[in-house]
Design a protein around this ligand. Structure first.
Ligand code: PRP
Ligand code: MN
Ligand code: MG
Length: 189
């Protein structure tokens, strides 16, 4: 298997741009949640890198929790159905939750999660997403901490996958067309 860089067509967001946005956002979050009991909730698997980077820049005490949700199968199209692969193992009642996501596409994952957390009695629910494909939105979501708006291209890296690969790339990039050729939209990963 060739080096990961040889699979990339072009870079959309550099590692430096990611770091800059995350540092700025972490400062704002640390300010906004000072004196509150912050619970950062990463939506696995995509948000793993974003949470890891963000959490190290947060200067107030904070709890890290995880939930694994899937709306995409192995292809490049969202199924629209949210599957809970791993649920939270703590109560969120009365907690101030910051959802950490890698990307907002249709908005269905976040819409479902925000409603679910409020239904479980969270005191507040806000969202940080590193990337936002605004042009693809199907359902409305309020995003307190916005990330980079990107065009409607299928991107990988910094947690984002294509068929479970490329999450380990350190920037956000578009793959060469031939890498998407074995797409099978019917299969769920
Ligand atoms: C991706 C991404 C977001 C969601 C965004 O997750 O990480 O969680 O889709 O799409 P939406 O706005 O249309 O709901 P995916 O389902 O691919 O799971 P993964 O994070 O494990 O890759
Ligand atoms: Mn995800
Ligand atoms: Mg995915």
């Amino acid at each position: 298997i060739a080096d990961i860089q040889s699979h990339i067509d072009h870079e959309l967001v550099s590692r430096e741009q990611i770091e800059t946005l995350i540092e700025k956002t972490a400062r704002q979050i640390s300010h906004d949640y000072a004196g509150k009991d912050l619970l950062m909730l990463a939506v696995l698997k995509g948000a793993v890198n974003t949470l890891a980077a963000l959490s190290q820049e947060i200067s107030i005490p904070a709890q890290m929790e995880f939930m694994s949700l899937s709306s995409y199968g192995s292809g490049t199209q969202s199924s629209g159905v949210i599957r809970v692969r791993k649920d939270l193992d703590c109560s969120v009642r009365g907690r101030h939750i910051l959802i950490v996501e890698d990307i907002i596409d249709s908005g269905r994952t976040l819409r479902w999660l925000v409603d679910e957390l409020k239904g479980r009695g969270a005191a507040s629910v806000e969202v940080f997403s590193l990337l936002d494909k605004v042009s693809r939105r199907e359902v409305q979501v309020d995003v307190k901490y916005p990330g980079y708006v990107i065009p409607d291209e299928f991107v990988v890296g910094f947690g984002l996958d294509y068929d479970e690969q490329y999450r380990n790339l350190d920037s956000i990039a578009v793959l060469k067309p031939q890498e998407y050729e074995h797409e099978d939209q019917g299969e769920q990963s």
